[in-house]
Design a protein around this ligand. Structure first.
Ligand SMILES: Nc1ncnc2c1ncn2[C@@H]1O[C@H](COP(=O)(O)OP(=O)(O)OP(=O)(O)O)[C@@H](O)[C@H]1O
Ligand SMILES: [Mg+2]
Length: 378
């Protein structure tokens, strides 16, 4: 190493480090790292392979110097066998004049550009291997030098810090988002709900003094609507609080769609109330089940009840998930066994399978209640 190149190289290293440090988005940082490493070492091709949490294979492979068309011809990115795997097995720099001569080399897939010289260094984040930088084909020399290796090691250290920063930043913006959700949830609870409660209470007070029965009935409906609204807002609050844990079951969306779908075949369109943290608790499997259960219950109302009002309530509380369908029809009539359909039996069976229960019962004021309840999935 002659004395004149060293200062210039360190200057380059510094420049390279500066270009990665500026951005806070992790993916951008990673791409900057490969770009900077490749030009720092004067390589024709560069790649950053990111390891899975168990550090056995590459989950991501960001490249420089290979265009889209070649990438498409090569096919799937490497998992980390052969030479790439050496760094995974033992995270320390590897420098080869010709990578084909290494015993672990097993050649390239068809369509892969020819590569000769090789330099690889691990990238550590907080003392653990995050991934590896792979550089090939030194442009200005037949092979990478010891100095290239030193520079790249220094650069990899800086890259590790930049990655750590970007991750920290991502976590912080996640936190800011959560705090924002929490704030909205609190506002909804402390102002909106309290106001609705106040309105509801004054309506109820009024109700006691109203003599006109028609007006009384309308007030009653208004109070019930307020109650339903409050329940819905409570659900929204739960969802805001737990949005991060969304199970993807989309029970709410699917139930809404079902009710809209079968509404036409019913004597009245069902009033639907959701209560509790449905989106974060009901997974795909249970959502499937709730849809089936509700469809059967509604079909029973349509076929047997002669109802004029239908209330559907889907509730998630600390212990259970419940679908309750109330109607104001003629009420359940005991059928001789021979006339039993399989609908109710299936509902019971589905509930029992999950350690829950199903019941068709007569309601106090007339009509039937179909209540299906199972323990909350853990
Ligand atoms: N909401 C309801 N109101 C009044 N009777 C009901 C209600 N739901 C069910 N029933 C009674 O319970 C019986 C059994 O219901 P079940 O769902 O098992 O069979 P089904 O609806 O007749 O046929 P399917 O096998 O197609 O469901 C019905 O035939 C009906 O008499
Ligand atoms: Mg039925």
């Amino acid at each position: 190493v002659d004395g004149s190149t060293r200062p210039r190289s360190f200057r380059q290293l510094l420049d390279a480090v500066m270009t990665i440090g500026a951005d806070l988005d992790l993916h951008t940082v990673l791409q900057h790292i490969v770009d900077a490493a490749t030009s720092l070492a004067d390589a024709r091709y560069g790649a950053l392979g990111i390891l899975d949490p168990d550090r056995t294979y590459l989950v991501e492979f960001l490249t420089v110097g290979i265009d889209e068309a070649s990438r498409a011809r090569i096919g799937d990115p490497p998992l980390g066998h052969g030479i790439l795997g050496l760094l995974i097995a033992e995270p320390k720099p590897i420098r080869l004049d010709d990578l084909h001569q290494h015993p672990d080399s097993y050649g390239f897939p068809p369509g892969h550009p020819a590569m000769r010289s090789f330099l690889g260094v691990p990238v550590m984040v907080r003392g653990e291997v995050f991934g590896n930088l792979y550089l090939t084909d030194k442009r200005s020399a037949p092979a990478f030098s010891e100095e290239d290796e030193e520079l790249l090691e220094g650069f990899a250290t800086a890259a590790g810090i930049a990655i750590d920063n970007a991750r920290l930043h991502a976590n912080l913006s996640g936190l800011a988002l959560l705090q924002e959700r929490e704030r909205i949830a609190m506002d909804l609870h402390d102002t909106v709900i309290q106001q609705l409660f106040a309105v509801g209470l004054s309506l109820q007070a009024m109700l006691r003094r109203v003599e006109d029965p028609a007006l009384g009935a309308r007030l009653e409906t208004a109070v019930q609507d307020l109650d339903a609204t409050i329940k819905q807002i409570r659900t929204t609050i739960f969802d805001l609080d737990t949005a991060a844990k969304d199970t993807g079951g989309d029970a709410r969306g699917r139930i809404l769609a079902l009710v809209a779908d079968v509404g036409g075949s019913l004597p009245a369109s069902p009033r639907l109330v959701f209560d509790g943290p449905i989106d974060s608790v009901v997974d795909v499997a249970l959502a499937d089940e709730l849809v089936v259960v509700l469809r059967e219950s509604l079909s029973n109302v349509a076929r047997h009840a002669q109802a004029s009002r239908i209330d559907v309530e889907v509730t998630v509380d600390e212990a259970s998930v419940t679908v309750c369908v109330d109607d104001d029809g003629k009420g359940p009539v005991l059928q001789p066994d021979s006339h039993q359909g399989s609908g109710l039996r299936n509902l019971s069976h589905r509930a029992l399978r999950r350690g829950g229960s199903f019941e068709l019962s007569a309601r106090a004021g007339g009509g039937a209640r179909q209540r299906w309840t199972v323990p909350r999935p853990t």
